[in-house]
Design a protein around this ligand. Structure first.
Ligand SMILES: [Zn+2]
Ligand SMILES: [Zn+2]
Length: 381
């Protein structure tokens, strides 16, 4: 067994400079969701060069891919996930340049022993995690369903267990009223902004009467064009989050009732529609997570408990196959994710250490799943 771990480690160490170079290239060339063409090209070329067979434009997404290395022997199928989209203005402030390179490292490490232990490695390239989460459509199409496990690692300020994440619905609420001179013919107008403000305040009143996990965060994105015109159109964008889909569905119903109430109070016409993809909550497979955590501890990590907050499209994967989404830290509690400082950290020596540890823990975990039928049974429970 130790011999196989050594082979995995030697393979990852041999690839480390190349993988870190890819992470640096992505840092220097950040691309927004569904526009990650340079990242897609570099990652798929690297996978092809390592003997993986690549399905390009997977599931119809121009920057998605699926890369497979099959030992040809029966055994478990290990899925690793690549994210490579960046954020507006701050580039790789979510560290997705390390997510994809960690997953490539894990795939190459496990590949080094796969012909002797059997099984299959699949690397999924999943665009636009920050906005339109391609994993959602992929999960809905069932493309992960033949995988034994799904594993990924996300950079973070500190190392945390794969925890729950929140289910999310992003909705635009808009009202259309009737424009009129605000002084000479106000009685002819229907005030869309008033409707929106009443709705906004209604949501604020609703906050204390939903389950405690529910969050509403909204901004007003349109509210009229001139003070002497009764506002004809007003619009807000909201994220509604909850710990699970049941609570989220109930919260969204109440939210919609507030919106409808404000429409009937003012006579404005209400429209509600999504503006980004809805994400399911993350359900961590505890047996899989325990193995992954053990390897991280062996590599010197101290692991804090998982924390709920935010939403990830890996949540949708976790409702289809046993999954883990670990948070691997730079060891700096003051470092804030989604910041320029976080992006800069990914290309320092600590970024390289994080890449190496994440790749090793994921490769070792993949190995353990393949070689242990007992573990496969525990995971499947
Ligand atoms: Zn993010
Ligand atoms: Zn992220």
């Amino acid at each position: 067994m130790q011999e196989l771990y050594d082979t995995i480690q030697n393979s990852i160490d041999g690839e480390l400079d190349n993988l870190f170079g890819i992470a640096r290239f992505l840092y220097e060339n950040p691309e927004l969701g569904n526009e990650e063409y340079k990242a897609h090209k570099l990652l798929t070329e690297t996978l092809v060069a390592h003997g993986f067979s690549v399905d390009d434009k997977f599931c119809g997404f121009p920057t998605a891919f699926r890369a497979v290395y099959d030992s040809g022997k029966s055994g478990a199928s290990i899925a690793y996930f690549c994210e490579y989209d960046a954020l507006p203005d701050i580039g790789h402030g979510c560290g997705h340049n390390l997510i994809c390179t960690m997953s490539l490292g894990a795939a190459f490490g496990l590949q080094a022993v796969l012909d002797s232990i059997g099984g299959k490695i699949v690397v999924f390239g999943t665009p636009a995690e920050e906005t339109f989460g391609a994993k959602v459509a992929m999960a809905d199409q069932g493309v992960f369903d033949d995988m034994t496990v799904g594993i990924m690692t996300h950079p973070n300020s500190v190392t945390r267990e794969s925890g729950p994440s929140m289910a999310l619905r992003p909705l635009i609420v808009s009202y259309t009223g009737r424009a009129a001179h605000a002084s000479m013919a106000p009685e002819a107008g229907i005030n869309a902004l008033d409707a929106l403000i009443l709705f906004y305040n209604g949501v604020n009143a609703l906050r204390q009467h939903v389950t405690r996990d529910v969050q509403f965060h909204g901004i007003i994105t349109a509210g009229g064009v001139a003070p002497n015109i009764v506002p004809e159109y007003a619009e807000a964008r909201f994220y509604i989050r909850a710990a699970n889909m049941t609570n989220l569905t109930r919260a969204v119903e109440r939210f919609k009732e507030c919106a409808a109430g404000a429409a009937s109070m003012t006579g404005a016409t209400l429209t509600i529609k999504p503006f980004q993809t809805a994400y399911a909550d993350m359900v961590t497979n505890q047996s899989l997570s325990a193995v992954y955590n053990k390897h991280l501890r062996d590599l010197g990590e101290t692991i804090l408990p998982g924390e709920i907050g935010g939403s990830i499209d890996m949540g949708n994967v976790s409702h289809r196959i046993p999954s883990v989404h670990g948070w691997l830290g730079f060891g700096d509690p003051n470092l804030i994710i989604h910041s320029k400082a976080f992006a800069e950290r990914t290309v320092t020596d600590s970024g390289k250490t994080l890449l190496r540890r994440g790749a090793l823990a994921m490769a070792f975990t993949g190995h353990d799943v393949i070689v242990s039928k007992d573990l496969q049974q525990q995971i499947a429970l």
